[in-house]
Ligand binder design. Structure first.
Ligand code: FAD
Length: 372
């Protein structure tokens, strides 16, 4: 008999297993995939750590979280500075003075501010009117040029709908920076695990000495698994756990196309966004640049947004009002459970970044394992 059966060897499940084992608990981790790590899994190809499920950049302002991750492996100094490619033009992201100089051939913050303000004014809605859709909302925030070249097509591809059909609330803020600063994140700490093992090296260390069964789906033998341990930590889809009794939650999915190229450098940057609608992928990731690689070959991945249907990989929870209120019914049911703890991105139906998963998992460990 185990103290804990942990369903999911992703970041949440692995942190829980590591901490509970350290506290003397007997844990079994199962995962339906053929590898550990969930979506942070990295795989070695040609001496390069390939982010199998899309670009993963660790960033946080929480020192406790940063130190925790660095206690497993060393992180490098990678700073996320994506480029945006629109037709035959290339721009820096996030929107900053480098972007504005290229867009309008100007030099100073005052010139940039003036243009943005003028464009916002031109698109202003009559007094008392709220933006009806994403297009109106985005133009009211950043003006027409930035919207048309850098926001419109990318967002439409991400959501699978035209901007005029998307609700305004999807974009609440579109930050603009009037400094020459291409650092995508505002967090104090940022980086990627150094070396060819990438994030998988962290998960391996967390799961050292823990019994792990891969290619093992909880639902293939639910009754047996439910009785194998005193408690279950479940990091899969919460609606699936309850057999969709209140209905299905919605997700967005992705499709990845990866290829190895016999050249050392394809795009000179780890992440390039393609912001025009006609190019079907949203980004190309060149993995070696996450760790300043100098290998002879390179590996690139094209990322295509995809509509999710049952059986597909649920990458992004769709946290709109409709789905959040459906989730709250599942959450009520979950809170009444004595034996099952729901955690992580799918268990809590929340778009958590990695640092948020670390914090949540450590919080759950404190209350669950240490009764604090
Ligand atoms: C494309 C993409 C890019 C991202 N980029 C970033 C980034 O740059 N920075 C950042 O901080 N975060 C990023 N994230 C978020 C990050 O991936 C998550 O925060 C983190 O992986 C969540 O960990 P988790 O353990 O909750 O979930 P998961 O990684 O999804 O792990 C859940 C595990 O449970 C397993 N499982 C599910 N159901 C069952 C079952 N029935 N039986 C057995 N096993 C099961 C799954 O196979 C999976 O391995 C990104 C996410 C995506 C999708």
């Amino acid at each position: 008999m185990y103290d804990y059966l942990i369903v999911g060897a992703g970041l949440f499940g692995s942190i829980f297993a590591y901490e509970a084992t350290k506290a003397g608990k007997k844990c079994l981790v199962i995962d339906k995939r053929s590898h550990i790590g969930g979506n942070v899994y990295t795989e070695e190809v040609e001496g390069i750590a390939v982010h199998k499920y899309g670009a993963h950049i660790f960033h946080t302002s929480n020192k406790e979280v940063w130190d925790y991750m660095n206690s497993f492996v060393e992180f490098n100094r990678y700073t996320n500075s994506p480029m945006a490619i629109y037709k035959d033009e290339i721009y820096n992201l996030p929107f900053n003075m480098n972007t504005f100089c290229k867009l309008w051939n100007i030099k100073t913050p005052d010139e940039a501010k003036e243009i943005i303000e003028k464009q916002k004014k031109e698109a202003a809605l009559p007094e008392g009117c709220e933006p009806k859709n994403l297009a109106e909302q985005a133009i009211s925030l950043v003006g027409r040029d930035i919207y048309e070249k850098l926001v419109k097509g990318y967002t439409e591809k991400q959501w699978g709908k035209r901007a005029e059909e998307l609700p305004a609330f999807i974009i609440r803020r579109l930050p603009v920076r009037f400094t020459f600063d291409n650092n995508y994140f505002n967090d104090k700490y940022q980086g990627i695990p150094s070396g060819v093992k990438g994030y998988t090296g962290i998960i391996e260390k967390m799961l050292e000495g823990v019994e792990v069964r891969l290619n093992t789906d909880f639902f293939d033998d639910r009754d047996t698994y439910m009785n194998l341990a005193g408690k279950i930590v479940y990091t899969g889809m919460i609606d699936e756990f309850y057999d969709y009794c209140y209905g299905e939650l919605e997700y967005r999915s992705l499709r990845f196309e990866t290829e190895t190229l016999d050249i050392p450098n394809f795009q000179g940057n780890a992440v390039n966004n393609y912001t025009e609608y006609e190019v079907p992928y949203t980004r190309i990731i060149e993995h070696k640049h996450f760790d300043f690689g100098t290998q002879d070959k390179t590996v690139i991945t094209r990322e295509y947004p995809a509509t999710w249907k049952k059986g597909d990989e649920p990458y992004y929870p769709m946290n709109d009002d409709k789905n959040n209120s459906l989730f709250s019914r599942y959450k009520e049911k979950a809170e009444a459970e004595g034996k099952v703890i729901f955690g992580g991105r799918l268990g809590e139906y929340k778009y958590y970044d990695m640092h948020q998963v670390v914090l949540r998992a450590l919080e759950v460990v404190r209350t669950e394992v240490y009764n604090q």
